[in-house]
Design a protein around this ligand. Structure first.
Ligand SMILES: Cc1ncc(COP(=O)(O)O)c(C=O)c1O
Length: 324
């Protein structure tokens, strides 16, 4: 195991944590430059294009402990398909296929030999040493590492605020791309939210509609009907968002993807956020206005079904999982 900060920079084992104080242990092995190598050897030059300009795309994949003690990856193929598809935005080209990346991840988790819940971090990055402001003609590589992760945020009632920072616009840096550089936008919003005592930040589009939370999609519930902003409103088309749309339909709730006004947040019966990291989390208040029924019946039924499915306890959703 190697010491690392969940919110900060990777540090060698034994070195003090930064001001965020959140330390965790990354797996001993990582995928780097086409091979599984010791994590400490997976390093890049300071001249790397991606480090200088944020020209990389990342994913976050969870692996959940199953009842028999083994691990299963959640939506692994969907995450790698999204990674490679988004790579086209950066004119990236790598030899690995999505299927091969799933196999590599399974192998990596086996080598890291843990049965705790894991978070897997794949990165597709411009690996060339170059300061040129261009995308083509630069080498691309994929790296993957993993570390244990429990709940990223409390799932039973988060205090959130609407950020003064606007969500990046599709014509500036595509929000749908999971492009590393664009996450400065999320960091600015979360930094301000946390300094003001909130757990998360909701970002609005440049024309003032609800987009999403820093690293999660958002749903409102009015009179038993779920609504979430359309992907054309500068949101990441979340894989969990998609799963929740399916779960909601299966549970008999009407769902719609439509523009959401800011004031609908204040009048909703329930507000919930979804993402690989946050899973399904209930929102308790927005800008100190209590949500009608935080973690109310719709949120709690969705959570129940989701958390059963990720642990392999829901026969209808076994297809979400890849056994390690
Ligand atoms: C900006 C943003 N929105 C939404 C999500 C949720 O996406 P997913 O459910 O695919 O993890 C994430 C996390 O990946 C994110 O970074």
């Amino acid at each position: 195991m190697v010491g690392v900060s969940v919110l900060g920079a990777v540090r060698p084992a034994g070195q003090a944590a930064g001001s965020d104080g959140a330390r965790l242990a990354v797996g001993e092995w990582a995928y780097f430059e086409g091979r599984i190598v010791p994590f400490r050897d997976a390093t890049v030059s300071i001249a790397t294009h991606a480090l200088n300009y944020g020209t990389s795309i990342f994913e976050g994949i969870r692996a959940y402990r199953q009842d028999d003690g083994g691990l299963a990856l959640l939506f692994a193929l969907e995450h790698y398909r999204r990674l490679l598809r988004n790579g086209r935005l950066l004119r990236a080209s790598v030899p690995e296929t999505a299927e091969r990346l799933v196999d590599i991840t399974v192998e990596l988790l086996r080598r890291n030999g843990t049965s705790e819940d894991q978070y897997v971090r794949p990165l597709l990055y411009k690996s060339a040493s170059s300061i040129r402001l261009q995308l083509s003609g630069l080498d691309d590589r994929i790296s993957i590492f993993s570390f244990p992760l429990g709940d990223y945020v409390p799932t039973d009632g988060l205090r959130v605020t609407i950020s003064a920072w606007q969500r990046v616009d599709d014509n500036a840096v595509p929000a749908r791309g999971k492009i590393s550089g664009s996450y400065v936008n999320a960091c600015l919003a979360v930094e301000d939210a946390k300094s003001a005592g909130y757990g998360e930040a909701i970002l609005l589009t440049s024309d003032g509609h609800v987009a999403e939370v820093s690293s999660a999609n958002l749903f409102v519930v009015h009179d038993g009907v779920l609504a979430t902003p359309p992907v054309s409103d500068d949101v990441l088309p979340g894989i969990t968002r998609n799963a929740v749309l399916g779960l909601a339909r299966d549970l008999g709730y009407p769902v719609s993807e439509r523009r959401i006004d800011r004031t609908e947040l204040y009048t909703a019966d329930e507000v919930l956020i979804t993402g690989t990291g946050v899973q399904i989390a209930a929102v308790a208040s927005i800008d100190d206005r209590p949500v009608g029924q935080p973690g109310g019946p719709v949120t709690s039924r969705l959570q129940e079904a989701y958390f059963a499915a990720v642990r392999g306890r829901h026969p209808g959703y076994q297809g979400w999982l890849t056994r390690v």
